[in-house]
Design a protein around this ligand. Structure first.
Ligand code: TEU
Length: 519
C-alpha cells in the first residue's frame, strides 16, 4: 500500500490561514474563508492542503505558539467550521492535512501557567525545561544557546529559574522526557485523525529531544537559524527524536492512508534519511531548491543531492520553492518582470520532478515579497533582532482575489492584518484566471499535464549534456524532458515536441530565464 499511497506524487498547497481568505470581516483569514475558496483550489488542480496552525493561541508567533492544540482559535472559527471544511474539501477531492507543533507550547498554555505557579522542583515545571542559572547568583543563563529568532534561548522567571525557548520567549520548549508530554501529543494526533484529517505537517521535527546535560553550542558567526555545516548543533537533531517519531507513526498506522511530513532542517544526508524510515515520518521537506537560487548548476546539484538523500529510504522527495518562513521566490530571483519570468521557469522545473510538491499560497499568482513599512511589521523576529531583520511578514501578505483596490476580495474589512500593496490589481486570481499568459494559467496547465501526461512516470532522472548555465533532464520512466536556461543567451533544445514552455521560445531555441517541457 505504501508504494501506491496517494501522497507519493501529490501536489500539496500550503494555506497560511491568516492570509488566505477572511469570511467574517475582521481582516484575518479563517476556516470558513478557506471553505469558500475550495472551488478555486480545485480549478488550480491541487490534491491536498496543509493548513498552518489555527489552534487556540495568543498569536505571539501567529499560531505557532499553541495554547490548546485540540481547539480552534475563535479568530479562525470553531470545530464545527473545521468539520465543514474537511467534509467540503473531501467533496472536492482535496485532502486536508494540519500542522502539529510538538517542540513547544504557548506560554499561555495551561501547563506553562501551572509551571509558573508551582515553583522550582515541582512536577508542573518538569513538563518544560527549567534550570538554575550560572554564576554565583544564578544570573547567567544555564548555557549559551541562542534562540532561532535571536537573543538567548533562556528567559528568567521571578523566582530566579530560567526556562528554555528555542524560538520566542512566548514559546517554551517542552520536556520530551516527560510521559505526559508524549501522551498529550498522542491525544492530539487522535483528536484530528478522528475528525478525518489526512495527515500532518510536523513543525521543527528535528527538535523536541534535547541532549543530556544541555551542553553549550559552538558559537560561530552565522545568522541565527542557519545550521552549521560541520559541528553538531546540540539544540537540534538529537538521537532521542527518533523514538518520538516512532510513537507518532505508530498512532498514524492505525489510520491507514494518512501521512506526515516533517520540517527537518538537517544538512547531513544520512541524518536526514534517518527521519524518513518506514517506522518514522512518511516525508521530509526538502529545502535545497529554496537555497539554490536561479542558477542551473546549483539547481541541478540541489535536485541530485535531494534525490540521493531519499533514495536509500524509498521515500519520495518533498519539493518546495517557498513557504511562510522565506522570501517569496519571485523576489529571490530578482523581483519585477525578471523575477516573474524566472519563477515561471522554476515552476516548470519543480513540477517536472518526481515526488511530492508543496506550493505556498500566492505563488501561483506570482506574488512578490512585500516591502512593508515598519509600523506594519508583526513577526517576532523583527522585534527580537532589535529591528535589524525585517522578519517574515513580507511573504505573508493577504491573497488578492478580485477587484482593483485593497483588500481585493480577501476581506470585507477596510484594513487587513497586513496591508496589501495598492498595485496588486493585476495579480488577483480574477485578473489571472482568464488570461492564458498569466502565472495562474501556467500553474493550472502544468498541474494538469503533471496529473494526466504519461511522460511524468517513474522516479529516476537522466541528465543530458547541456551548454554552460543550462541543464536538461529526462524522466526515465515516462520520457518527459525538462530543460532550463539560466545563461545569458539562447541555446538549442534537446530533441522532442514542446509540451509547455514558461515563456516565449526563440524560434527553436530556448531563451534565457526560460524552461520548457518536451515529450
Ligand atoms: O520554523 C522552524 C524554523 O527553524 C524556522 O524558524 C526557520 O529556521 C526560519 O524561519 C528560517 O527560515 C517553524 C515554523 O515554520 C515557523 O513559522 C515557526 O515560527 C517556528 O517553527 C516556531 O514554531
Amino acid at each position: 500500500a505504501e508504494e501506491t499511497a496517494w501522497w507519493r506524487d501529490s501536489v500539496f498547497y500550503q494555506v497560511y490561514v491568516r492570509s488566505f481568505a477572511d469570511s467574517n470581516g475582521d481582516g484575518v483569514g479563517d476556516l470558513e474563508g478557506i471553505r469558500s475558496r475550495l472551488g478555486y483550489l480545485e480549478l488550480l488542480g491541487v490534491d491536498a492542503l496543509w493548513l498552518t496552525p489555527f489552534y487556540r493561541s495568543p498569536m505571539a508567533d501567529h499560531g505557532y505558539d499553541v495554547a490548546d492544540p485540540r481547539d480552534v482559535d475563535p479568530l479562525f472559527g470553531d470545530l464545527a467550521a473545521f468539520d465543514r471544511l474537511v467534509a467540503d474539501a473531501h467533496e472536492h477531492n482535496i485532502r486536508v492535512t494540519v500542522d502539529l507543533v510538538p517542540n513547544h507550547t504557548s506560554d499561555l498554555h495551561e501547563w506553562f501557567q501551572e509551571a509558573l505557579q508551582a515553583g522550582p522542583g515541582s512536577m508542573e515545571r518538569s513538563r518544560y525545561i527549567f534550570r538554575e542559572g550560572r554564576g554565583f547568583d544564578g544570573s547567567q543563563p544555564p548555557n549559551n544557546w541562542t534562540s532561532v529568532f535571536g537573543g538567548p534561548a533562556w528567559t528568567r522567571v521571578p523566582d530566579g529559574q530560567w526556562y528554555l525557548h528555542l524560538f520566542a520567549p512566548e514559546q517554551p520548549d517542552l520536556n520530551w522526557e516527560h510521559p505526559e508530554v508524549r501522551s498529550d501529543l498522542e491525544r492530539t494526533l487522535r483528536f484530528w485523525l478522528d475528525r478525518g484529517v489526512d495527515g500532518f505537517r510536523i513543525d521543527v521535527a528535528h527538535g523536541m529531544a534535547k541532549p543530556d546535560g544541555l551542553p553549550d553550542m559552538e558559537i560561530r558567526h552565522q545568522a541565527p537559524g542557519v545550521l552549521s555545516d560541520d559541528a553538531h548543533d546540540p539544540r537540534f537533531d538529537n538521537d532521542g527524536v527518533h523514538e518520538i517519531h516512532r510513537m507518532i507513526r505508530k498512532v498514524m498506522d492505525g489510520y491507514p492512508g494518512t501521512m506526515a511530513v516533517g520540517e527537518i532542517w538537517v544538512k547531513d544526508d544520512e541524518r536526514f534519511a534517518a527521519y524518513v524510515r518506514p517506522d518514522e515520518l512518511h516525508l521530509g521537506f526538502n529545502f535545497r531548491l529554496v537555497e539554490a537560487g536561479f542558477d542551473a548548476d546549483a539547481v541541478r546539484s540541489a535536485i541530485e543531492h535531494s534525490l540521493a538523500a531519499v533514495a536509500p529510504s524509498g521515500t519520495p522527495a518533498a519539493w518546495t520553492l517557498s513557504n511562510h518562513d522565506v522570501v517569496r521566490h519571485v523576489t529571490r530571483y530578482g523581483g519585477g518582470a525578471l523575477g516573474e519570468q524566472r519563477a515561471r521557469a522554476m515552476t516548470l522545473v519543480e513540477l517536472a520532478l518526481p515526488g511530492v510538491i508543496y506550493l505556498y499560497n500566492g505563488e501561483e499568482l506570482g506574488l512578490p515579497n512585500v516591502e512593508l513599512p515598519d509600523w506594519a511589521l508583526q513577526d517576532p523576529t523583527w522585534e527580537r533582532s532589535g529591528h535589524t531583520e525585517r522578519g517574515r511578514d513580507g511573504c505573508r501578505v493577504p491573497i488578492p482575489w478580485e477587484g482593483t483596490t485593497p483588500p481585493f476580495g480577501f476581506s470585507t474589512a477596510v484594513s487587513t492584518w497586513l496591508p496589501q500593496p495598492n498595485e496588486w490589481g493585476h495579480l488577483t486570481a480574477e485578473a489571472q484566471l482568464e488570461d492564458p499568459g498569466s502565472m495562474l494559467s501556467l500553474y493550472r496547465e502544468a498541474l494538469e499535464h503533471r496529473k494526466s501526461n504519461a511522460g511524468f512516470a517513474g522516479d529516476e532522472l537522466e541528465w543530458y549534456g547541456a551548454p554552460a548555465g543550462c541543464f536538461a533532464f529526462r524522466r526515465k520512466g515516462g520520457g518527459l524532458i525538462c530543460a532550463l536556461n539560466t545563461s545569458g543567451a539562447s541555446v538549442p533544445l534537446p530533441p522532442g515536441q514542446v509540451l509547455l514552455s514558461s515563456g516565449p521560445m526563440d524560434g527553436d531555441q530556448l531563451p534565457p530565464d526560460t524552461a520548457v517541457w518536451l515529450v
